[in-house]
Design a protein around this ligand. Sequence first.
Ligand SMILES: C[S@@+](CC[C@H](N)C(=O)[O-])C[C@H]1O[C@@H](n2cnc3c(N)ncnc32)[C@H](O)[C@@H]1O
Length: 181
Amino acid sequence: MDGGVLRDPSCCMETRAMLISAAKTLGISRYLEIGAGEGETAAAILKETGAEVVAIELDPVRATHARERLSKTNGTWTLHEGDAGEILPMLGGKFGLIFLDGPKAQYRKYFADCKRLLERGGMLFSDDVLLYGWVRGEPPKKRRMLVEHIREYLRMLEADPDFTTEYFEYGEGLAVSTKLR
Ligand SMILES: C[S@@+](CC[C@H](N)C(=O)[O-])C[C@H]1O[C@@H](n2cnc3c(N)ncnc32)[C@H](O)[C@@H]1O
């Protein structure tokens, strides 16, 4: 357990494997990743599934690495460099799978666009929603605000009748939500 420092790594192997498996099972044609980091997961989806990949990354250095990685893989992709809060409202079309892995405090704000952009029957993966057990337990004082943001996001997700959600104890916790209608 990490009592203070929040790392910003690529998602864990189990989450990536589950994303690839869901993409294949659903037979998706488009995949959206919010918070692409250095593009490891986005490139794996591109390589393994052949779906069109759209990814958003704020950090210019990471975005450059992500572009390099994606350009080495055959397939159709777009990397939007900038703030997901500004880019998401401009995206159109539908996605079969959305991986929400950007700033945790913004998940609530991004949810309406994720819902709008997700196909019926599509899946929304929300990463790091249990945060070292703090979300279901007692967070350290300096993390209470972040944990409260995530709790509110999960309450919103669970209260939405258009979604059904399951949790997985992968990495720092993964919520997998299916859009029912
Ligand atoms: C956990 S990392 C992403 C790892 C990536 N999904 C993967 O599996 O390889 C989270 C990323 O979100 C990015 N990020 C943070 N705030 C953002 C924002 N407002 N808009 C877009 N990306 C953001 C960070 O720069 C960081 O690279």
